[in-house]
Design a protein around this ligand. Structure first.
Ligand SMILES: NC(=O)c1ccc[n+]([C@@H]2O[C@H](COP(=O)([O-])OP(=O)(O)OC[C@H]3O[C@@H](n4cnc5c(N)ncnc54)[C@H](O)[C@@H]3O)[C@@H](O)[C@H]2O)c1
Length: 248
């Protein structure tokens, strides 16, 4: 049990990587707040955790809403008494084929992926620091490290998350560790529409030297490490979990 005594908020917990992370945390002994803009999806994750013998609560939260983020933290404290861990997995993809997204699309992607990460982290700051073992793990992307996506908004948002992570790690040390993971292509509802395009699928798979796309559980395992006490001397890192994509 690598997360005993931990209380975690996972945003975007209603799907994909967030759901896998919430479930893995609970299986490792954490009590988990499953937060998602889609309340019913968050509730389904909390139910899965309860059915597996874990402890979870859910809340419908839009991470672009400052008051929603404050409520998410307060609800967690009311229910579980403390907060040790935040995972910012709420995110949206840009429109892949649009190299010149209109301003509304640019703003939407930046708002959720970058500003949402900041707002949730800011709301949790005090409680995480008070816990004595605070950590934040953000979801960046390979497209926060290298170019290549046709969505400039997505790449800009994830590049922002990488450097926001480093800066929060410096400014919030020593009380809170802050890291991010940079996944390659992971099979989740986010990437499902892209998978239907054979012109994208084969070349993209070949860019992953391990010969496959990732599963949400591959990313949850890395997040578990960064959020656990085993990573007690690790802060400010951007960890690729990408089957070798960025090694090329
Ligand atoms: N799937 C991939 O290939 C991949 C690769 C690199 C990075 N990522 C990142 O990992 C994170 C999770 O992605 P995923 O693949 O699990 O996606 P997903 O679409 O399966 O899940 C994202 C979840 O975030 C929620 N969400 C969206 N906007 C929100 C908001 N404003 N407030 C609260 N919740 C919101 C959605 O309702 C959804 O449940 C994202 O930040 C994504 O950019 C994914």
């Amino acid at each position: 049990m690598r997360m005993m005594d931990k209380v975690a908020i996972v945003t975007g917990a209603g799907s994909g990587i967030g759901r896998a992370t919430a479930r893995r945390f609970a299986a490792e002994g954490a009590r988990v707040m499953c937060a998602d803009r889609e309340r019913e999806a968050a509730q389904a994750t909390a139910k899965m955790i309860a059915e597996a013998g874990g402890e979870a609560v859910e809340l419908g939260v839009d991470v672009t809403d400052e008051r929603g983020c404050a409520l998410m933290v307060q609800t967690t404290l009311d229910r579980f008494g403390r907060l040790t861990t935040l995972v910012n997995s709420a995110g949206v993809s840009g429109t892949r084929r649009d190299a010149t997204p209109p301003p509304e699309e640019w703003t939407r992607v930046l708002d959720v992926n970058l500003s949402g990460t900041y707002l949730a982290s800011r709301a949790a700051l005090e409680a995480l620091a008070a816990s004595g073992h605070g950590s934040i793990t953000n979801l960046a992307s390979i497209y926060g490290l290298v170019g290549g996506s046709l969505s400039p908004a997505y790449a800009a948002s994830k590049g922002g998350v990488v450097n926001l992570t480093r800066t929060m790690a410096l400014t919030w040390a020593p009380k809170i560790r802050v890291n991010c993971v940079c996944p390659g292509v992971i099979e989740t509802p986010m990437t499902k529409p892209f998978m239907a395009d054979p012109a994208w699928l084969q070349p993209m798979r070949e860019r992953h030297p391990l010969g496959r796309f990732g599963q949400p559980e591959d990313i949850a395992a890395a997040i578990l490490y960064l959020a656990s006490d085993e990573a007690g001397f690790v802060t400010g890192v951007a960890l690729p979990v990408d089957g070798g994509y960025t090694a090329a």
